[in-house]
Design a protein around this ligand. Sequence first.
Ligand code: SF4
Length: 102
Amino acid sequence: MGMKCSECGVCCKLFLINLTEEEYKSGRYKTMFDEFVHDFSEAEMVGANILAQKEDKSCVYLKDKKCSIHNFRPQVCRDFFCDTEDKKFKEMIEKIKEFKDN
Ligand code: SF4
């Protein structure tokens, strides 16, 4: 991890953020379809454990290209960093590059 986050905000715009069961149940995050689901398995089934998005599809917590809930951002947001060499993020990193090149 050499690079510092440039705060381009692209990763918070391109990807759906899946909350863990614990995060979902904490009730502290705005999620999709909140009003329709009652428990986590139901939420996972319909994708409601996903953070809500703004109209432009970016994360509802992205404000001025910064995470407005940085201190309690979901685990996946903590795990991802765009200079990671972790194979599981390869596809995401390619998507970010593609987005920036266009
Ligand atoms: S919670 Fe914060 S870090 Fe995670 S996608 Fe939203 S703005 Fe980005």
